[in-house]
Design a protein around this ligand. Structure first.
Ligand code: 9YT
Length: 132
């Protein structure tokens, strides 16, 4: 069994910061679960274009307020606590935070913890210490 506390994880290298977001990776590839699990904060005012070409991602909004735009259709969906979205088609999207949003995120395949977004808004298919 794996038990981890967010408060402890956020003071470790499980906490990753980038432009517009901070993420604490509670489960990573080396935990062997087949998915990774992150608690991500999208900072107030952030507008993030992303395209996870190599991963499926599901996101549940715990707190905050914003929207997600599906760049294939132009559809915009409100994001608020209780709303989940799943990028089941590797959907290219823009996430906007009106108020800072706390999101619980699952990635399949799991991230290793070393990925950074490429210029295409994606994480690489597989990252390791040598390439990330
Ligand atoms: C909500 C969202 O897009 N989360 C992405 C996860 C975060 N960028 C991470 O942990 O890598």
């Amino acid at each position: 069994m794996i038990v981890r506390d967010l408060k402890t994880a956020e003071t470790s290298d499980r906490r990753v910061e980038s432009d517009g977001w901070t993420s604490v990776r509670l489960l990573l590839k080396d935990d062997g679960m087949g998915f990774s699990f992150h608690i991500t904060t999208i900072h107030e005012g952030a507008e993030l274009e992303m395209h996870y070409k190599n991963h499926l991602e599901s996101v549940y909004c715990v707190a905050g307020e914003g929207s997600i735009e599906d760049l294939a259709t132009g559809e915009i969906h409100a994001i608020r606590p209780g709303v989940m979205y799943a990028l089941d088609r590797h959907d290219k999207h823009v996430l906007r935070a009106v108020k800072a949003m706390t999101m619980a995120c699952v990635f399949n395949p799991p991230v290793t913890g070393r990925e950074v977004h490429g210029p295409d808004g994606a994480y690489p298919a597989e990252a390791d210490a040598a390439s990330a």
